[in-house]
Design a protein around this ligand. Structure first.
Ligand code: ADP
Ligand code: MG
Ligand code: MG
Length: 254
């Protein structure tokens, strides 16, 4: 089953072309890593997939589960089963994490034409999910992300992912201030959630994340395109040789 298919995607930010013909196909059960230097367009790609309004798609096609993703609104994409990790870094004083998570869960049930979950049943459900990210139940009573450390915010996002069970989860690690413990927990959560029916797109320029999340495919992004695809060994090659050498070799077709 093809989950995501991206063909010749081009996109602009503020009138400047950033994505310059990107191709990628992700099938159910696969974990893909996109690696690339700063400024290569990784975050732009994830924001285009999420439907961020500042990013203008100028060409190409993106299908998600066979439907044209580009004509869906951002919330429709989320409901269809795309999850962008780190998409809710907002702090929401006065709204408990429990209420926030329940609202997100119910919004999805509603979109599927189902009834809201009973508060007690939700309590049971969320407590199971807390184990995935090794968070204490007290955490549910705090305001959303308020005073959370960087690591706690990221765990909270993995918790949202565990709850919403997306078909495609996109993790854009960006500058990532994760310490090794938080990194392990986030990666452990991803590994626990990955199954034969869903897929993961892990965007990073740090090879170390891929010590914990083992991808089926590694793609190298450069100047808005995927210029090379390989197995998990490609991440190690990048670490060893550096981006410049791998990019040069890809250009001359070695
Ligand atoms: P990466 O995530 O790989 O580091 P980005 O997608 O963040 O790369 O950025 C790709 C390029 O797009 C960079 O050259 C960056 O300067 C540019 N860019 C990103 N956001 C904007 C913006 N809002 N306005 C203008 N240029 C931008
Ligand atoms: Mg960057
Ligand atoms: Mg980025």
């Amino acid at each position: 089953e093809v989950i995501l298919s991206v063909r010749d995607l081009t996109a602009n930010v503020d009138g400047t072309q950033i994505l310059k013909g990107l191709n990628l196909e992700i099938k159910a059960g696969e974990i893909h890593a996109v690696m690339g230097q700063n400024g290569s367009g990784k975050s732009t790609f994830s924001k285009v997939l999420a439907g961020h309004p500042a990013y203008e798609v100028t060409g190409g096609e993106v299908t998600f589960l066979g439907q044209n993703l580009l004509e869906l609104e951002p919330n429709e994409r989320a409901i269809a089963g795309i999850f962008l990790a780190f998409q809710y870094p907002l702090e929401i004083p006065g709204l408990t994490n429990l209420d926030f998570l329940r609202a997100a869960y119910n919004a999805r049930l509603k979109s599927q034409g189902k009834e809201e979950i009973d508060a007690f049943d939700f309590d049971d459900l969320i407590r199971d999910k807390l184990d995935v990210v090794k968070m204490k139940p007290e955490f549910l009573e705090r305001s959303v992300n308020e005073g959370f450390s960087g690591g706690e915010k990221k765990r909270n996002e993995i918790l949202q992912m565990a709850l919403l069970e997306p078909k495609l989860a996109i993790l854009d690690e960006t500058d990532s201030g994760l310490d090794i413990d938080a990194l392990r927990i986030v990666a452990g959560g991803v590994n626990q959630l990955a199954n034969a029916d869903n897929s993961m797109l892990v965007i990073t320029h740090y090879q170390r994340l891929l010590d914990y999340i083992v991808p089926d495919f590694v793609h190298v992004m450069q100047a808005g395109q995927i210029i090379k695809t390989g197995s998990k060994e490609l991440a190690l090659e990048l670490e060893e040789k550096g981006y410049d050498e791998v990019i040069e070799a890809a250009k001359v077709g070695v």
